[in-house]
Design a protein around this ligand. Structure first.
Ligand SMILES: Cc1ncc(COP(=O)(O)O)c(C=O)c1O
Length: 388
């Protein structure tokens, strides 16, 4: 018997697909290195196994938001260059320096803290200066750039830091032709040129995320930072499907049907009775809910493959479960309810759930909760497990 059959639910993670996606993305940006963005537990796919698979497929950098995420990768023994970019005052600068993590610096406060930590550690910090080229989020404003660059160069000359990168992030790379794309590229080039003129010799200049990697070749510079596309999901349905880019979804979310029963016509279903059976029918109980990351917003709309047929969530998604109307079909308890996956069995995609919940597919996979075990596979049809 398949060892996963007794699980209430599982997120199957196909590491062979992830590796293949990394290769596709590397080919798209062949002149650049690839950073595998594995923040937020690799968008819910499991940071350590995904990071390892990405490195095996030729990624040379791993990217995280928080320093704790980067430190966890190092603690798990992962090599390669690791970078993190979301710092707050008092963060673990010294630990990051000692773990050979490249750290992003967006402002003077961060430069002060990292130089102090490097002095304490007795070794230079590898820092990457982040430019706000128009996203209006993290990063240094063009007006403040001269001060930051000058201070970083002073620290570099003193041996406390090494400026390894200059970088930025797009606001609208998933909207081809959006005027902000060209505008941000111009500002980025200007800010890089300014820093280089001031003596910065970056190893890597980078701005491209997945949509830019796929559709804006002039944005690739020395490194592309890919997250969503590496997990086989298109950054936006307007850009194309995963298959259009040669990508394959990595996560398949499956629950084990917990109960099948017959009910009469006019039966209210789930909290609030927002669905009522129109005739005598069968119901299937799918034992995952919003505590597992299934959006309550998709109540009455979310698609799921049960008994080989696509059904729709009947009524509300509850904390731990939802119901589907099986239209009189009888399905064995314990059979698979496939919420989303690559589509091989006719199951919906994460993008279908995004549409149903009025959100983006990034959120659908990232929010799958810790109560759902990740089961790692390596592309084998019988689902040979590579750990979980
Ligand atoms: C700074 C930064 N770079 C790269 C990425 C990866 O983006 P994507 O998943 O669109 O490839 C993210 C994710 O949001 C990010 O915050």
């Amino acid at each position: 018997m398949n060892e996963t059959a007794s699980l209430r639910a599982r997120a199957e993670i196909d590491l062979a697909a992830l590796r293949a996606n990394v290769r596709v993305l590397r080919a798209r940006a062949s002149g650049a290195q690839l950073m595998a963005v594995v923040k937020s537990d690799a968008y819910g796919h499991g940071a350590v196994p995904c990071a390892r698979a990405a490195l095996e497929a030729g990624a040379t950098w791993l990217g995280t938001a928080t320093p704790q995420e980067s430190l966890a990768l190092r603690a798990a023994g992962l090599g390669g260059r690791v970078m993190c970019w979301l710092w707050t005052p008092g963060g673990p600068w010294r630990e990051a320096i000692e773990a050979d993590v490249d750290v992003s610096v967006s402002g003077m406060w961060a430069l002060r803290e990292v130089t102090a930590a490097a002095t304490e550690a007795g070794r230079p910090a590898r820092i990457q200066l982040k430019a706000d080229t128009g996203l209006g989020r993290n990063g240094c404003q063009p007006a403040d750039w001269p001060e930051l660059v000058a201070a970083a160069r002073t620290a570099e000359r003193a041996g406390t830091v090494r400026i390894t990168g200059l970088w930025s992030h797009f606001a609208c790379a998933d909207e081809p032709g959006h005027p902000s794309i060209a505008a941000q590229l111009t500002v980025f080039r200007d800010m890089v040129a300014y820093a280089e003129k001031a003596g910065v010799e970056p190893e890597v200049r980078h701005i491209a995320n997945s949509p830019a990697t796929l559709t804006i070749p002039e944005s690739h510079f020395d490194l592309v930072r890919t997250g969503i596309a590496m997990y086989g999901i298109s950054p936006s349905p307007e850009l194309g499907t995963p298959a259009d880019f040669g990508l394959r979804p990595v996560m398949t979310l499956v629950a084990s049907v917990a109960l099948v029963k017959q009910v009469p016509a006019g039966h209210g279903i789930s909290y609030g009775h927002h669905y009522t059976t129109s005739g005598e029918t069968t119901l299937g109980l799918v034992p995952v809910g919003y505590a597992d990351g299934i959006p309550r917003h998709a109540s009455g709309r979310g698609p799921v493959l049960v008994g080989g047929v696509r059904r729709t969530v009947a009524g509300r998604v509850a904390m731990d479960q939802f119901v589907v109307d099986l239209d009189g079909d009888v399905v064995a308890e314990g059979s698979d309810a496939v919420l989303f996956g690559p589509g091989d069995r006719g199951e919906p995609s994460a993008q279908d759930w995004a549409r149903a919940a009025d959100t983006i597919a990034y959120e659908i996979v990232t929010r799958i909760g810790g109560r759902v075990p990740r089961v790692y596979r390596d592309g084998t049809a019988d689902g040979k497990s590579a750990g979980s």
